[in-house]
Design a protein around this ligand. Structure first.
Ligand SMILES: Nc1ncnc2c1ncn2[C@@H]1O[C@H](COP(=O)(O)OP(=O)(O)O)[C@@H](O)[C@H]1O
Ligand SMILES: [Mg+2]
Length: 385
């Protein structure tokens, strides 16, 4: 801990002395939210005592949190432990059908949706390009839902590619036991996501397509050119009407990706770029994704300042995504709901640290920890130990 901070810590803890908190002022947090203690002041509520006492204290805290949480249900948890797995499987399928995607559709997202619709109508295959967590997958799901409102067909299949993805992961494979007994017949074949989408006239999203090897990428050439695919031992499948293919990828400069092959690139005709949305849209997205953990605008502004700083910092290779802002806001929202009188800005700094440390990637030779601590210091005016 820097010595300046130590002194501040000592002074602020002096009984009865009302000290103005310079760091909070600098951080722009409104007066009622102003924090009176720096982050590295030891926690006031120390956990002391026997193991049983500690456990009981933690349980009380957990109970209090769970009582406040609209997304956790204690009774349900107990039921889940003993319910038959077949029943849970059926319920989970039903749940998937019921969960609707609720997106903020404005700016780049509205434009991208319109382009996806035009590409679909024109029989052209699009590619969504953008860094992780800007909403590529969410947009494709939403597109499928809108399409299903007109066509009644909500078939949506997707696969996230990596170096280990093989053509059979796309096409499917024969069940060895059934094949030995019955031979190479369709009933013995487990269709893959691509062949399922082709037969059902659904949407297939090839997520992170540029992480696949060229060998696997080439499996897509025939479906995209001819709308057919050859299944060894079964024969050729012709795609049904409505089959639509969307590729999604991170910009190729982000490490860990192969290049997309020229032949495949030539078959993707509409290129849609998504980037980090503008502030007003991103804040709406954060709110939409945290309906149960509401947070004041001054904190949302702070969170946005933190994640934006990672996006302009030259030491950062992969900055904070939308998911990062959503996660920080959710934890902070929960914390505020508990109203236990703790130092809120200090808590925001700590929460941000714990989320950011796993969310960003720094350039070689730079420690994420140092970069994050610097950003938190600059944006919130607090030093983390
Ligand atoms: N327009 C949007 N409106 C609401 N939430 C969004 C929007 N775009 C992205 N999100 C949310 O942001 C997170 C990341 O989106 P995702 O589609 O998984 O990103 P990507 O596929 O680009 O990695 C998800 O939690 C998603 O629900
Ligand atoms: Mg995705």
């Amino acid at each position: 801990m820097p010595s300046r901070q130590k002194t501040a810590s000592k002074k602020s803890s002096k009984r009865g002395k009302k000290k103005k908190n310079i760091s909070s002022e600098k951080s722009g947090v409104s007066a009622d939210e102003t924090v009176r203690t720096p982050i590295n002041k030891p926690e006031t509520e120390k956990i002391v005592g026997s193991k049983e006492e500690v456990e009981s204290e933690l349980l009380t805290k957990l109970k209090k949190s769970l009582a406040l949480s609209p997304i956790q249900n204690l009774e349900m948890m107990e039921k889940l432990r003993t319910a038959p797995l077949e029943q849970l499987f059926e319920e989970s399928k039903q749940l998937q059908r019921e969960v609707k995607v609720d997106l903020v559709i404005e700016g780049q997202y509205k434009e991208a949706l319109e382009l996806l619709m035009d590409a679909d109508t024109a029989g052209l295959y699009p590619a969504l390009v953008g860094p992780p967590g800007v909403g590529k997958t969410a947009l494709c799901r939403y597109f499928t839902e809108i399409r299903a409102k007109l066509t009644g067909n909500d078939s949506f299949e997707w696969l996230t590619f990596d170096e280990a993805t093989r053509p059979s992961h796309l096409i499917g494979s024969f069940n060895p036991a059934l094949t030995i007994n019955q031979g190479f017949i369709p009933q013995a074949f487990n269709f893959g996501p691509l062949t399922r989408a082709m037969l059902r006239g659904g949407v297939f999203l090839a997520n992170e397509i540029n992480r696949a090897t060229e060998f696997t990428q080439n499996t897509l050439l025939e479906p995209l050119e001819e709308r057919t695919i050859n299944v060894p031992h079964l024969g050729r499948i012709q795609a049904s009407q409505g089959f639509f293919f969307i590729a999604a990828m991170n910009p190729s400069e982000i490490a860990g990706t192969h290049r997309i092959g020229d032949a495949l690139k030539d078959r993707l005709k509409v290129w849609i770029e998504l980037t980090y949305p503008r502030k007003i849209t991103e804040l709406r997205i954060i709110k939409k994704n945290n309906p149960h953990f509401v947070l004041g605008d001054s904190y949302l502004d702070k969170i946005h300042a933190l994640i934006s700083a990672t996006r302009t910092d030259s030491r950062v290779e992969l900055p904070a995504s939308l998911r990062t802002g959503i996660a920080i806001a959710r934890l902070m929202g929960l914390f505020c709901q508990k109203k236990n009188g703790d130092d809120l800005t200090a808590k925001l700094a700590k929460i941000s640290y714990h989320v950011l440390i796993g969310s960003i990637k720094t350039k070689p030779g730079t420690q994420p920890k140092n970069v994050i601590m610097r950003i938190i210091k600059e944006q919130l005016g607090f030093t983390i130990k």
